[in-house]
Design a protein around this ligand. Structure first.
Ligand code: CDP
Length: 319
């Protein structure tokens, strides 16, 4: 039984309250979801004790200079030098400085989105966060097209763009980057040494091709801080996924948070098969065998927060 303890002490809120279905969009008796503003504000306050999304969303120009040495967060013995290109792309001020949005959508990449018809609903939110350069055009009916912040783990360059082995893949990545069209591109560049070249390739493409994005590179402390917050609340994650990181950051600047595409299970609630990603053929085995993530555990925590009205999780079709 997991608990979320707000303000560290007196008011433990039981996370796992019942096995109540979160099937609120369809089905015979949909659960009535109501936003719990008091709880959302408490969570924001509590998370602020661990991290400040405004600051931790990106390292700023003023704090680094070219040539500085950085130890990777997960590979402490390996280092990187801050390149001229990376330095050029560091923001001067936080891309979230003073930002407040009425509603935010965080779009995970689960195949549960296919045939959801959620595109229009997602696009109606004030701020839309997407993960790992996921394609949208071909899936717009189900996932929408609006994007204000897009994440990019360096491994995506290998997984989705064949490590840019030839011009075709390079062109494909260029097009995807162009399609970001002014949004924030969030690249965890300091996490693992494996991403070194990939981050540099992307930085170079952005600069050479004058791509219209606002780059952001999360702080060195962000991951541990996010993990710390969830561990304190008895959610024993190993390494937070991109989706959970985004939710944790979003609590700072979004009044209401709506999650779509979060479903780390191979079957839906009616036992129909669900693709791991809505857009590729990656398998669930990838997640359980090689990934340090604990997605089902995260999902359980998010579901409990949904049941308490702190966020809204959509795992069915939209109206
Ligand atoms: O960066 P990561 O590999 O964690 O993410 P991804 O596979 O690109 O998907 C983005 C986010 O969607 C994940 O971090 C999860 O939070 C969520 N997701 C999910 O809940 N269920 C899935 N089957 C796939 C992704």
């Amino acid at each position: 039984r997991a608990e979320v303890i707000i303000n560290g002490s007196s008011s433990p809120l039981v996370l796992e309250r019942s096995s109540e279905s979160i099937k609120h969009q369809d089905g015979p008796t949909p659960t009535q979801w109501r936003h719990n503003q008091t709880l959302a504000l408490k969570i924001r306050k509590h998370i602020l004790k661990f991290l400040d999304a405004e600051k931790d969303i990106s390292v700023l120009k003023g704090t680094l200079k070219p040539g500085d040495i950085i130890h990777y967060v997960f590979d402490r013995d390996s280092t990187m030098n801050v390149s001229q290109n990376l330095y050029a792309l560091l923001p001067r001020t936080s891309p979230l400085k003073g930002k407040h949005f009425r509603t935010c959508a965080i779009v995970g990449n689960s195949g549960i989105l296919l045939n959801s018809g959620c595109g229009e609903e997602i696009d109606a939110h004030s701020f839309v966060i997407r993960c790992n350069l996921a394609p949208v055009q071909e899936y717009s009916r189900d996932v929408g097209t609006k994007m204000d912040l897009v994440t990019m783990n360096p491994s995506v360059i290998q997984r989705a763009f064949e490590d840019l082995v030839n011009d075709t893949w390079r062109e494909k990545l260029l097009q995807r980057l162009h399609s970001l069209n002014g949004s924030i591109l969030w690249i965890p560049a300091f996490m693992a040494k494996g991403g070194k070249e990939r981050v540099e390739w992307v930085n170079e493409l952005i600069l050479k091709n004058h791509i219209n994005v606002r780059t952001a590179y999360p702080s060195l402390r962000l991951l541990h801080a996010v993990r710390g917050y969830w561990l304190t609340n008895k959610v024993y994650i190993k390494r937070p996924t991109t989706g959970l990181l985004m939710y944790t950051l979003a609590t700072r600047f979004c009044n209401r948070i709506y999650l779509y595409g979060f479903w780390p299970f191979p079957r839906d609630q009616d036992q129909n098969p669900v693709k791991y990603h809505y857009y590729d053929t990656l398998k669930y085995g990838y997640m359980s065998q090689t990934s340090p993530h604990t997605m089902p555990l995260e999902f359980k925590a998010l579901k409990a927060l949904h049941q308490q009205g702190a966020l809204k999780l959509t795992v069915g079709a939209c109206d």
